[in-house]
Design a protein around this ligand. Structure first.
Ligand code: TXA
Ligand code: MG
Length: 325
């Protein structure tokens, strides 16, 4: 059921039931951090393995030190620059303050302070932080509207708090602050590597993280239909031309012969493209097309968040042919 009643959402949460909530990035499936049954229900609704840790969401006026053992100087600088907003920090968890179910038994906790006014009002009214993974079945595409949440969990009686369409459109940037002066980007988002490096006065550590992070999954954010990615519009157009099956195209240029109804021109600004990405992939998924084709944006820092989502949601046309044979 979709509602705008924040008080009703708080009641359900306090009674130990998950509630879908809006944030500025994507909708989250929330449970209070002190309600173990509700947290377990979040994992089972999403069909998410228990070793995938959850993000804790705070209201702006709360002190992160209530849940975190130590806030390195660099983390303080990130908090001052980007909170409230679409940035999640992985920090040492305070023993006893965070249920191990939330961290997957690790000694770090991921924490963020959403800027969405409805999320903030809910947290303030509830008085307890909530965990909130994206409100989609594990591996599937994240929802950016209340209706998309409802479509994602058709069989459940989940309460969905409607806060309109999410402004950012992709999940938060996830950073592990490994020491007072070192950090690693575990998941790219709208707050990009360049903006982060400016605050830190240094670049992120590169290479594989030892943490169990989302970047390690090759497939994620997936629509129901095959989504094929192309590095440039001419490869995409050539593939389309040889296709007998109906296609839906998300690209900078419409291939010759493709009906307008089956084309979406992805904006050439990364912020606008992020806002539209999941929304348009869902539209494409619901069309009568058998195949979805998407053009990869340029490989520059400001596009990293959008590129990462497309890479994990899609396959190369060559790989699809391999799987068939
Ligand atoms: O924008 C967002 O972050 C959204 C909204 C709802 O807040 N939430 C979200 O949650 O994307 P989720 O669970 O779909 O993705 C969080 C990712 C997980 O893939 C998990 O691996 C990683 O954060 N994560 C959580 N805790 C972690 C930790 N302690 N160390 C490393 N990675 C962690
Ligand atoms: Mg997710």
């Amino acid at each position: 059921m979709i509602t705008k009643d924040i008080q009703l959402a708080c009641q359900r949460l306090s009674q130990g039931h998950p509630v879908a909530i809006p944030t500025e990035t994507v909708y989250g499936l929330a449970a209070p951090i002190d309600q173990e049954a509700a947290i377990r229900a979040v994992f089972s609704l999403k069909n998410r393995p228990l070793n995938h840790p959850l993000i804790v969401h705070l209201a702006p006026s709360w002190d992160v030190r209530q849940w975190v053992a130590e806030v390195p100087l660099l983390a303080e600088q990130f908090i001052a620059a980007f909170w409230p907003g679409p940035l999640t920090l992985v920090l040492p968890a305070k023993p006893g303050a965070i249920n191990p179910l939330i961290t997957g038994g690790q000694d770090t906790v991921a924490i963020r302070c959403p800027s969405h006014p409805v999320a903030q009002a809910l947290l303030t009214q509830l008085g307890v932080p909530v965990v909130a993974p994206s409100a989609n079945p594990f591996g599937k595409i994240s929802p950016t509207t209340a209706a998309h949440v409802e479509e994602s969990f058709p069989a459940s009686d989940l309460l969905i708090l409607d806060g309109g369409r999410c402004e950012a459109g992709i999940e938060s940037t996830l950073i592990h602050v490994t020491a007072d002066n070192q950090y690693q980007i575990l998941r790219h988002g709208l707050i990009n590597a360049q903006q982060i490096a400016e605050i830190a006065h240094q670049a992120a550590l590169s290479g594989e993280s030892s943490l169990r992070a989302p970047g390690k999954l090759d497939q994620h954010y997936q629509p129901e239909k095959p989504l094929l990615r192309f590095d440039n519009p001419s490869d995409l157009a050539a593939f389309y031309k040889a296709q007998l099956r109906p296609c839906y195209v998300i690209a900078s240029q419409k291939p010759d012969g493709l009906p307008n109804t089956h084309f979406y021109a992805l904006p050439n600004d990364p912020t606008e493209a992020a806002f539209e990405l999941y929304y348009q992939i869902r539209r494409a998924d619901q069309s009568d097309a058998a195949l979805l084709l998407i053009e990869m944006p340029n490989d520059t820092p400001s596009w990293a968040g959008v590129r990462e989502r497309i890479l994990k949601a899609s396959q190369k046309p060559f790989d699809m042919d391999k799987k068939k044979s």
